[in-house]
Design a protein around this ligand. Structure first.
Ligand code: 25A
Ligand code: L14
Length: 331
C-alpha cells in the first residue's frame, strides 16, 4: 500500500489523541507524520509508534511541506481558517468540526454508508456529527431495504462529547462540586441541551442530526426530528430511533438486514438481558444495535436502540476510515 505524509491538527485534544491510537491500531500506511495544535500546546511531545513527535504550532505555513492528508479536530474556527489553506496546498483535509458539513462543495461521509461521495471532494471532506454517524450505520441498510419515510431520534449523549471539560464536570459533579462546562449539574441529571439553541427552539445538535441525515442518505426532503440529551455517562452515545418505512415488512427481514450490515453488531437477546450498553461499546469501533421491535402504533414502523463510542466511531475512527479510502483511491 502507498505510504502517505499525514498531519494531525488538534493532536493534543480528546479526539486528537484518539486519532493517534486508531492510526496505530489500524496500521495506517504513514511515511512522514506531523502533529499540530495551537501555540498553547506547541513543544509538547506525543508518542506515536514508539517514537516521540514534537507538537508544532499550526500556522499559514504548516502546509508548505508535502502533506497528503490532514486529519483536523481543532474546532470550527480553526477549520474555517486553515482547512482551505491546506486544500490550496494539495492536502486532502478530513475535518471533524461542523464548519464544512453542510457546504454543497464538501462531501459528508460515513464509509459504510456513502463511500462513493469521497470521490467528488475538492480538498475537504467532512466527518459527520457523532450522533449522526452511528445512526447512519444502522439506518442505511433499512433505507435500502424498505425506504425510510420518517425518523424520530432521541439521544442519550456522553459527556466526552464536550471534551475534557465535559468529562471533568461529571467527575467533579459526582463529588458534589458545581459544573464549569455545562449550564446545570450533569451528575444525577439529564440536560435536554447540547450545543446552542436556535430560533426554531431546537438545539444546533438536533438540527445537525436532521440536516446531516438528509445529506448522507441523499434524501433532501426526508422527515426527521430529534431531541438530544446529555446524560451522566462518560463514554458512548446511546440513541432511541423510531423509523417509519414506505413499505410493509416482516420483522425477520429487519434482523437480517441489520446482521449483514457493515460496521454494525446486533446485540438483541432480551430473554438474557442482552442489549447494547454504553459501557460495552466504549473503546470499540463498531456500532451496536438492539431492542429491535415493531412500532405497533403505525403501519410500517420499528423502534431500535443504537450505541457507539462517540470519540471512536463518532469521530476518530470514522475519519481514519475516510483517510484509508483516500489512500486506496490514490493507488
Ligand atoms: O477542545 P477544542 O477547542 O475542540 O480543541 C481540540 C483540539 O484542537 C486544538 C486544541 O489544541 C485541541 O488539541 N486547537 C484548538 N484551537 C486551535 C488552533 N487555533 C487548535 N489547534 C490549532 N490551532 P490546543 O493546543 O488549543 O489545546 C491543547 C491543550 O490545551 C487544552 N485546552 C484546549 N482548550 C482549552 C484548553 N485548556 C484550557 N482552556 C481551554 N479552552 C487542551 O486540553 C490540551 O491540553 P484538553 O482539554 O484537550 O486536555 C486537557 C488535559 O487532558 C489530557 N488529555 C486530553 N485528552 C486526553 C487526555 N489524557 C488522556 N486521554 C485523552 N484522550 C491532556 O494531556 C491535557 O493535559
Ligand atoms: O458537531 O456531544 O461534532 O457535545 C460533537 C460533540 C457536537 C456536540 C459535533 C457533543 C459536536 C457533540
Amino acid at each position: 500500500m502507498k505510504k502517505v505524509n499525514l498531519a494531525v491538527v488538534g493532536a493534543t485534544g480528546m479526539v486528537g489523541r484518539t486519532f493517534l491510537k486508531v492510526l496505530e491500531e489500524r496500521d495506517f500506511p504513514i511515511d512522514n507524520f506531523y502533529v499540530m495544535a495551537s501555540a498553547r500546546s506547541a513543544g509538547q511531545k506525543l508518542t506515536f509508534r514508539g517514537k516521540e513527535y514534537v507538537v508544532e504550532e499550526l500556522t499559514e505555513h504548516s502546509f508548505d511541506k508535502p502533506i497528503d492528508i490532514a486529519l483536523f479536530s481543532a474546532g470550527g474556527s480553526t477549520s474555517a481558517k486553515f482547512a482551505p489553506i491546506a486544500a490550496e496546498h494539495g492536502v486532502v483535509v478530513v475535518d471533524n468540526s461542523a464548519q464544512w458539513r453542510m457546504d454543497p462543495e464538501v462531501p459528508l461521509v460515513v464509509p459504510e454508508v456513502n463511500p462513493e461521495d469521497i470521490r467528488w471532494n475538492k480538498g475537504i471532506i467532512a466527518n459527520p456529527n457523532c450522533s449522526t454517524i452511528q445512526a447512519m450505520v444502522a439506518l442505511k441498510p433499512l433505507d435500502d431495504l424498505l425506504g425510510i419515510k420518517r425518523v424520530v431520534y432521541s439521544t442519550y449523549q456522553a459527556v466526552s462529547g464536550a471534551g475534557v471539560a465535559g468529562w471533568k464536570d461529571l467527575e467533579d459533579g459526582l463529588k458534589g462540586m458545581p459544573p464549569k462546562k455545562f449550564p446545570h449539574p450533569i451528575a444525577n441529571n439529564c440536560l435536554p441541551h447540547i450545543d446552542i439553541f436556535l430560533e426554531n427552539g431546537y438545539t444546533k445538535e438536533e438540527m445537525k442530526m436532521i440536516w446531516e441525515t438528509r445529506k448522507i442518505l441523499h434524501h433532501d426532503q426526508l422527515k426527521v426530528t430529534a431531541t438530544t440529551v446529555r446524560v451522566p455517562v462518560f463514554s458512548s452515545h446511546s440513541e432511541s430511533i423510531n423509523i417509519e418505512f414506505l413499505r410493509p415488512f416482516e420483522i425477520e427481514e429487519i434482523y437480517d438486514a441489520l446482521e449483514k450490515a457493515p460496521g454494525l453488531v446486533v446485540v438483541d437477546d432480551p430473554a438474557h438481558d442482552k442489549y447494547p450498553l454504553a459501557v460495552d461499546a466504549a473503546g470499540k469501533d463498531e456500532v451496536f444495535v438492539g431492542r429491535i421491535r415493531r412500532d405497533e402504533s403505525v403501519d410500517n414502523g420499528i423502534n431500535i436502540w443504537v450505541v457507539a463510542d462517540n470519540i471512536r466511531k463518532g469521530a476518530a475512527t470514522n475519519a481514519v476510515q475516510i483517510a484509508e479510502l483516500l489512500v486506496k483511491n490514490m493507488e
